[in-house]
Design a protein around this ligand. Structure first.
Ligand code: NAP
Length: 259
């Protein structure tokens, strides 16, 4: 399917690997020029070169912490006229409800709620002026069904989801859509880190921890970054202009709910 977005420009935050890279790769395959970002310069330059070589699109890479004011300013100065925004950042650490202090919540809110909001506030006006834009926020299945040990994620992403619900309806008249993609367990470094946590807390091997988590997913496997990226690129396509303010689960059936 021709996504109809060749020649447009996308800012994909936190995209040197994992789900962000999956989105960047699928957009590049659709002919979209990219601004990519991550904190570690080497892996970011490698990822950018891979997509430039494979898909012949322009790729500008900006090594910076997207959760800091200075980092965001650097990234945004390279992406002022972006037609497409994919927000993403690292997820908060696991723990128990009584572990987290005010600073932990502020850090999680900064990364997983206020950073995407700031990026949207910066780029929505030019998208609205052009009469076309697409925003996809990478959130989590924890928005639909809480993951007890990820209370920081449950809290911050719920706040972002509320902001998007109202904002998406305000910008839709200008041809701009905002939607959230909710990953269930995907085979990325983040999933390996969480498997390690389960392995440590239960005294089992990482393979056993993975098998245990796979057994909770009706599809009986982790998702891939390629599948995730394909869904993201579709939401950014010309075909998705009537999808507004939705929270779309990609979880292999993991969240057991009718709606
Ligand atoms: P990942 O494989 O660990 O990749 C994270 C990417 O983000 C890397 O490119 C990393 O590069 C970059 N990054 C992290 N913090 C950053 C920051 N402050 N500024 C700029 N770049 C940053 O993670 P993932 O699995 O793709 O997860 C992406 C998001 O989806 C996370 O918020 C995660 O909580 C959420 N999620 C993931 C899953 C899953 O199963 N994978 C499930 C639910 C939700 P650097 O480290 O070099 O900065």
């Amino acid at each position: 399917m021709d996504l109809g977005i060749a020649g447009k420009t996308a800012l994909v935050a936190a995209s040197s690997k994992g789900l962000g890279f999956g989105c960047a790769e699928a957009l590049a395959a659709a002919g979209v020029h990219l601004v990519m970002n991550a904190r570690s310069e080497g892996p970011l330059r490698d990822a950018a070169a891979r997509l430039r070589d494979a898909h012949g699109v322009d790729v500008t890479e900006v090594p910076a912490d997207i959760t800091s004011d200075a980092g965001r300013a650097e990234v945004l100065s390279a992406a002022e006229d972006a037609d497409i925004l994919v927000t993403n950042a690292g997820g908060p650490p696991p723990g128990m409800w009584h572990d987290w202090e005010r600073e932990d919540f502020i850090k999680a809110l900064d990364a997983n709620m206020l950073t995407p909001i700031e990026l949207m506030k910066a780029l929505l006006p030019s998208m609205m002026d052009k009469g076309w834009g697409r925003v996809v926020n990478i959130t989590s299945q924890s928005v639909k069904a809480p993951i007890a040990v990820l209370g920081l994620s449950n809290s911050a992403r719920a706040g972002l989801t509320g902001y998007v619900a109202g904002t998406a309806r305000q910008v839709a008249p200008s041809g701009v859509t905002i939607n959230n993609l909710l990953p269930g367990i995907h085979a990325t470094d983040r999933a390996i880190a969480l498997d390690s946590g389960v392995s440590d807390s239960q005294g089992i091997s990482i393979d056993e921890a993975k098998a245990q988590r796979e057994a909770t997913i009706p599809a009986r496997r982790y998702g891939t970054k390629e599948e995730f990226g394909a869904a993201c690129a579709f939401l950014c396509s010309q075909h998705a202009g009537f999808i507004v303010g939705q929270n779309i689960l990609l979880d292999g059936g993991g969240v057991n709910a009718t709606l």
